[in-house]
Structure formats: structure tokens, C-alpha cells
Design a protein around this ligand. Structure first.
Ligand SMILES: *[C@@H]1O[C@H](CO)[C@@H](O)[C@H](O)[C@H]1NC(C)=O
Ligand SMILES: *[C@@H]1O[C@H](CO)[C@@H](O)[C@H](O)[C@H]1NC(C)=O
Ligand SMILES: *[C@@H]1O[C@H](CO)[C@@H](O)[C@H](O)[C@H]1NC(C)=O
Ligand SMILES: *[C@@H]1O[C@H](CO)[C@@H](O)[C@H](O)[C@H]1NC(C)=O
Length: 471
């Protein structure tokens, strides 16, 4: 699940109207940009991230975040919006080439006004900004991680892990602080009609196949949706959370996805203020993409989740471990198999996906799918955005210390997350010899029922709780 296009569009239109009224166009003249002629340098908020290897440790990278294209004001020479409530102005934008010559996209140099600030490795995103009259204005920013080349940073996480720290303490029922991966075009669909591309946040797609004014960076002339593989690493507020793969074909996606939400599995005290994962303070979320052969080129076999808080690795909600395999994915979700389930997500992770950050709420469903009924402790009405704006106008999510790389290289903590110790020796066989696994093959881990001994001279090595490998 991801913020709907409609809520984003409504925000953008609202923001641009306010902007138009508040600004003297002449002041902005040097910042107006033809769609086909982007400003070469944008001052996107800087964000430090880390890439890690087992051998070399973690390396700091200076990156930045860019706000989605729809949050920029797109306007004519005469400062008329090229977008309307229902789409684009057909006079200004009858086709791609005409639209590109008529319309300009405003460079966005003030992220604070969109509810976004960064400092070092920390990104803060507010649902609302507060105007001079003390009123909450919907901001609901969505951001992408930009590389240092003006294109999106493509995270290749097959056989790797992603770790970050999050503070969700101010997010009430109905809010969604989200960190996820989408298989957008690396350039944001940069073309002769949109030379800015990724550096203006263009090219958004997700597994809800959103129908947007712009598709892969250019005018969407046939009203078609734009589907792409999506891996929701965390969709959460202080009361409930889930992680969900959404595999896609070329034309459609597994829109529901095979999500894992510990509350929905019956672990109701695991996550929340004062819970095992105590959401009244920051915690670290680790997501591992384990392949069948332990390499970065194998088939995605399991998506494993761990947490670290106060220096301790936290036991999974489920004594079996919090993980999604192809089998569990297909069991949770009837349409996963049709889209290739985990292996499809694995291929997207191998090609590279764009790291996306969002904070949003939901006037239609009040985010009940995340935190109410079977999914969490919230009532079915308290997620109403009107109530959130009234009672929690400063609700915000803080993401920090984003790291990715080799399994086990991006985090540390005490304990194994389990009170029992994993077996250290294979039981000696009595009668017939035990079957042996060949080099690179799996030889143990949670849920593994295959051979536990390795063919000589390989040794069964614990890669993580879920995957032991013959190395
Ligand atoms: C569309 O743009 C044209 C040309 O600038 C303008 O005259 C017209 O009022 C606009 N229509 C809407 C609905 O904004
Ligand atoms: C952005 O806007 C805010 C509020 O209007 C203002 O306080 C701040 O100085 C602006 N920042 C920049 C970099 O212009
Ligand atoms: C998006 O646009 C880029 C640049 O034009 C192009 O290379 C890519 O194939 C497009 N992707 C899709 C899915 O249309
Ligand atoms: C914890 O250890 C027990 C006993 O070895 C095992 O059955 C269980 O799967 C383990 N759980 C995790 C999360 O490692």
C-alpha cells in the first residue's frame, strides 16, 4: 500500500494555489524551468547514508533526498497551473511536446515548507506544517534518495540487508510513516521533454499502479496506471506496523501483498508504547533479503526481520522468527503466486530499487488496514485525518542511520534475539549416514528441514538465524 495519487495531487494543487497567492511571480523568474530545460543544480536536503561490507565495514556516503514531482508547482509562462483538480489543463497540455514547451516546473528550494528537514544522517518528515494563523496545513511529503549523479540511488539488496533507525513515537493511529523500495526508472524517465528527471523527483510508480498526470516523467496521455515492483520495508505508526512485498508483472501487481504484521498474527503486545519493541522511543529495523544459495545472485528465499533497541537484538514476535518465504507469502495472499511471489521481488532487488520515504494519512479508510480490527489496537474511526490534524498536528517520523550491505554488516547488538542457543554441532548419526549438502547449499536455520551436514570439505556456517550455509 502507498499514498494514493489523489491525496498527493490534492496536496500539490492546494500547495500550488497557496504558493501562487503568496509569491510575486517576478521573484521566482530565475527559478522557472521549462519541462525540457531543467535547472542544473538543485539544493536538495543532504542526507548521510552508509554502505557496508563484511570485510571493509561501513563507508559514509553523502546523498540527498528529492521531493516527488507532484509537489512541485508546474505552471505556464503566465503562472497558470498546468494541472487541475482532475488532471492537466488540456489547452496547455494536449500532448507531450506542447505541454513541455508550455509548462515550467518550479525548482523546490524550501523543503521546510513541505514538512521536511535533514541533518547529518537524520531525516524528519512532518504530516502537517503550521501556518501563521496556527492552522495545520497538510504537507504529507514523499521523498526519494538521490545518488550523487542526479539520478536515483539504486539499492541492489538481493542477498543483502537494509537497516535504519526510526522514531515513530509521535505517530498516532491512522498515520503511516513509510520507508519502502519501488522499482522506478533510475533517471526518473529523463527524456527530451523532461531533462530534469530524477533530480525533480519524477517517475513515481508503485504496486497500486497509480494513474497520474505524468508517467515515467512525461505526460500520461492515455490515463494508464504505472505499476512497478514494491517492497514495503516499514509501514508504521506507534501502534501497529507491517512489512510487505508486492510483486508485479508488466501490467499489474499483487496490490494486497503478502504482508507480515505481528499483531495480526496474534502477537498483540510485541509492538507499541511499552511493548517488546517500545515505540515510545527510537528503534532499529533490520530487513534481510536471503537467497537460496546465500549469494547476491540467487533466488530470493526469505525476507527476515529483526529489531535492535537499547543495544539489544530483540526476539521476533513469532518464536519461529519474523520472516516471509515464498511459501508463507503464497499462503497469506492468494494472488502472490500469479506475480511470481518472492522470486519476482528478488529480481527487482537485484536490478536495483529506489528508496522512498513518506508520511501520510488516509481520509477514505483511516488506515484501518494497518492498525484497526485484526491489524492493530486502533478504533476504526480514530485514524480520521481531521482528528489527527486537531489532536496531533506536529506528528512526524524521524528516519536515521540508514545502512545497507552484506548480511550481518549493518548492525550490532547484544544477544541473538533468542533465549535458546542454536545448535553448534550436528548430531552423530547412528545407522545410515545423514544426507549431506553441497557447497553453497543451505544446511540449517529456522524452518529448515533439509540436510544439516555438508559434503567434505565444506562446513556448515551460520549466516544468520534463518540461513546456515555450506562454505
Ligand atoms: C487552461 O489554460 C488556458 C491557457 O492558459 C487558460 O486560458 C484556461 O483558463 C485554463 N483552464 C483551466 C481550467 O485552468
Ligand atoms: C523556508 O521557509 C521557512 C518558513 O517560511 C523559513 O523560515 C525558512 O527561512 C525558509 N528557508 C529557506 C532556506 O529559504
Ligand atoms: C522510462 O523512461 C526511460 C527514459 O526514457 C526509459 O529508458 C525506460 O524504458 C522507461 N521505462 C518504462 C517502464 O517505460
Ligand atoms: C529460538 O530457539 C528455539 C529452540 O532452538 C527455536 O525453536 C526457535 O525457532 C528460535 N527462534 C528464533 C527466532 O530464533
Amino acid at each position: 500500500m502507498a499514498p494514493s495519487f489523489r491525496s498527493v495531487l490534492a496536496t500539490a494543487v492546494l500547495a500550488s494555489c497557496q504558493f501562487a497567492n503568496a509569491q510575486n511571480p517576478d521573484d521566482q523568474a530565475d527559478r522557472k524551468l521549462p519541462l525540457f530545460n531543467h535547472r542544473p543544480h538543485l539544493e536538495e536536503p543532504a542526507l548521510t547514508v552508509f554502505t557496508c561490507t563484511t570485510a571493509g565495514g561501513c563507508v559514509e556516503k553523502e546523498r540527498s533526498v528529492v521531493i516527488d514531482w507532484n509537489y512541485h508547482w508546474i505552471h505556464s509562462q503566465d503562472w497558470l497551473s498546468c494541472t487541475t483538480d482532475s488532471g492537466v489543463n488540456a489547452t496547455l497540455c494536449p500532448d507531450q511536446a506542447t505541454c513541455a514547451s508550455n509548462c515550467f516546473i518550479q525548482g523546490d528550494s524550501n523543503y521546510t515548507n513541505n514538512g521536511v528537514t535533514t541533518s547529518g544522517d537524520t531525516l524528519t518528515m512532518y504530516q502537517y506544517t503550521i501556518n501563521e494563523d496556527g492552522e495545520a496545513q497538510n504537507a504529507s511529503p514523499r521523498l526519494y534518495l538521490l545518488g550523487d549523479d542526479g539520478d536515483y540511488e539504486m539499492l541492489q539488496l538481493l542477498g543483502q540487508e537494509l537497516t535504519f533507525t526510526v522514531d515513530l513515537s509521535t505517530l498516532p493511529c491512522g498515520e503511516n510513516g513509510a520507508l519502502y523500495l519501488g522499482e522506478m526508472d533510475k533517471t526518473g524517465g529523463r527524456s527530451e521533454y523532461n531533462t530534469g528527471g530524477a533530480s525533480f523527483g519524477s517517475g513515481y510508480c508503485d504496486a497500486q499502479c497509480p494513474v497520474q498526470n505524468w508517467k515515467n516523467g512525461t505526460l500520461n496521455t492515455d490515463g494508464s496506471g504505472y505499476c512497478c515492483n514494491e517492497m514495503d520495508i516499514l509501514e508504521a505508526n506507534s501502534r501497529a506496523h507491517s512489512f510487505t512485498p508486492h510483486p508485479c508483472s508488466d501490467t499489474d501487481c499483487d496490490r494486497g501483498g503478502c504482508g507480515l504484521n505481528p499483531y495480526a498474527k496474534g502477537y498483540k503486545d510485541f509492538y507499541g508504547p511499552g511493548g517488546t519493541v517500545d515505540t515510545s522511543k527510537p528503534f532499529t529495523v533490520i530487513t534481510q533479503f536471503i537467497t537460496d544459495d546465500g549469494t547476491t545472485t540467487g533466488t530470493l528465499a526469505s525476507i527476515n526481520r529483526k529489531y535492535v533497541q537499547d543495544g539489544k537484538i530483540i526476539a521476533s514476535a513469532d518464536p519461529e522468527g519474523d520472516f516471509i518465504t515464498t511459501e508463507s507469502c503464497n499462503a497469506i495472499d492468494g494472488s502472490a503466486a500469479e506475480f511470481g511471489s518472492l522470486p519476482t521481488i528478488g529480481k527487482a532487488l537485484s536490478r536495483g530499487m529506489v528508496l522512498t520515504f513518506a508520511i501520510w494519512n488516509d481520509a477514505g479508510q483511516f488506515m484501518n488496514w494497518l492498525d484497526a480490527g485484526d491489524n492493530g489496537p486502533c478504533s476504526e474511526t480514530e485514524g480520521n485525518p481531521a482528528l489527527i490534524a486537531q489532536n496531533n498536528p506536529r506528528t512526524h517520523v524521524i528516519f536515521s542511520n540508514i545502512r545497507w550491505g552484506d548480511i550481518g554488516s549493518t548492525f550490532s547488538g547484544s544477544g541473538s534475539g533468542n533465549t535458546t542457543t542454536p545448535p553448534t554441532s550436528t548430531p552423530t548419526s547412528t545407522s545410515s549416514p545423514a544426507p549431506t549438502q553441497s557447497q553453497w547449499g543451505q544446511c540449517g536455520g529456522i524452518g529448515w528441514s533439509g540436510p544439516k551436514a555438508c559434503a567434505s570439505p565444506y562446513e556448515c556456517t551460520i549466516v544468520n538465524d534463518y540461513y546456515y550455509q555450506c562454505l
